[in-house]
Design a protein around this ligand. Sequence first.
Ligand code: MFK
Length: 623
Amino acid sequence: MSVVMAVQVSCRGNCLALRMLSRSVSHSSVSVESVSELDSHTHTPALFSRSAIGTFFQERPLLTNPFTQDALLRAYLQRHLPEQAVQRDLLLFGERLVSEIEALGRQCELNPPVLQRFDPWGRRVDRILTCDAWTRLKHISAQEGLVAAGYERTYGEWSRVYQMSKIYLFAPSAGLYTCPLAMTDGAAKVIESLGVHSSREAFERLTTRDEKRFWTSGQWMTERRGGSDVSSGTETVARRQQDGWFKLYGFKWFTSATDADMTLTLARITDRHGRSTAGSSGLSLFLAEVWDSDGLCNGIEVQRLKDKLGTRQVPTAELLLDGMSAQLLSEEGRGVASIANMLTITRIHNTVCAVGAMRRITHLCREYARKRAAFGKLLKDHALHVQTLSRLEVETRAAFLFAMEVCRLLGREENRSASDRDTLLLRLLTPIAKLYTAKQAVSVVSEGLESFGGQGYIEDTGLPSMLRDAQVLSIWEGTTNVLSLDVLRSIAKSSGSVLQAFFTDVTERLLAAEASAALRPAVTSLHTSLSALKRFTQTAAARPTGALELSARDLAYSLARIYMGALLVDHAAWENATHTDIYAALRWCDQDLCPVVSRDSAGCYDPQKAAMDTALVYDGLQP
Ligand code: MFK
């Protein structure tokens, strides 16, 4: 092969390189051939191949053990769950994440599931084919007890904190395997709560560490009419069979991780004339195995897999239920109330995964800032850059403490050590934590990507998928507004007791921190916001119809910000807290902690303003 050809091969596809080469060559009046010959004699690399691609390559940010890197997680566990066994397990798990799981997660992103509709001989099979890495993640999930740890209850009321610490570490590496795990955990919780003996085997499989027996579960709630308004949107019917089982007929529009072994789903039981009851009281909860022992569907046609912005690793399908055999799990007509337990668990998983995403991006950003130089110095030496990262860190810390507090409350309830206040707080804080951390995750991950410059927008860095996958967190398991209305529902249903529990809890945490002079500005600000919020809620019931609903999102945000502030202050007042813990609490409390009061003062919830909102949104719309 001639030297010229060798150059062309080494620069294949790089026309720019060749153009630059001919320009530099014509300046020095040396032909391509003569330069190449010179190089071939002296054995130096071709001049142009260097000038074309340059010699500088940016170091990539390295992922190291996410447990050892996480100061707040380690401090939190040191304070609340200082068991050696927990430390050891998380340390080893962190190593496994780096050495094995991270690559599996990436493979899942690159090899999304496909639907095989027919076998080679034309038989309809509707198989959802996932990659080997997805199966491996299922096995690892069982081995590591990612669901089991919540039910073994080895650490009593701290068992959920232990389990969710693992999920938190796992999530950003797991190629969305957290999705089936969330639903599996939720299904186990529903079965345990209902105490259904006939589904004992399902419960045992959902919560086992034996990878050969481990089952995952789906949660099929969404039909064409919508995923939020489940009560009026569910058209699936259930026909009773002579053996006491049911056949289900309907169309499920979004089913996540549809390769699951079993599912929980809602349907309306028909009477012998085929009639069913409309609304929430007509819905019952069913358990069904999805596949038979030959891998064929149980009375299901998979219409298609969804083409999604993110979560591409997870099969999401439209399903026609055409006589799916199912077992009644709840009392007749108690479907929504029964599946609410599943929603609590999946919303907590969502919260934990949102924090996991924030933590991963902040770690990558700070690592990159130690390696990337611009304008003559490393990014870590640019104060403005570090200020931006510090703000992301404050968001992440507040979100982490919030997530862990909800897990702690869940653990206390399951350990039967919850006080009435704990139970009320768990009900109120679950939707708030989910809705607030989901929004934070989108914003923190987006800002984090920006700190990589153009590289944050490049697919094979793996960074863009983090943003895509964060975007779903505020959509599935209840959108921000649906969850804000759920907060109102919890207040109304408890006649305000959930709010009383909130006020008492925050006040006690602030009192405990009052001795700290360093924390005083944060404590004062939280007291002021809490008092303003109390006054708002006391007058809220007397407001015009609709005003409360208009304030729902801002109310949820206010409850979130105040509670997160109280948790940061509480953590910073701990005897082993560091000055960074105090600083994080102070910075958090710089913001408007009670937007519902600020917006109320601006008249945002007046009926006239609602009319103006409509006028603004539809301004210029042609009929
Ligand atoms: C990383 C994480 C991964 C997660 C993966 C998940 C993938 C799966 C994707 C999906 O499936 S996304 C679809 C998820 N769908 C939702 O989240 C539904 C959103 N809509 C709601 O949450 C509505 O608020 C709800 C359907 C619950 C409203 O239904 P209703 O029938 O209008 O409620 P209603 O009548 O107020 O309440 C019925 C009963 O349920 C009441 O109990 P009682 O009959 O005993 O009074 C309520 O108290 C109870 N309930 C409702 N919401 C509750 C609840 N109980 C406890 N907690 C709640 N949140």
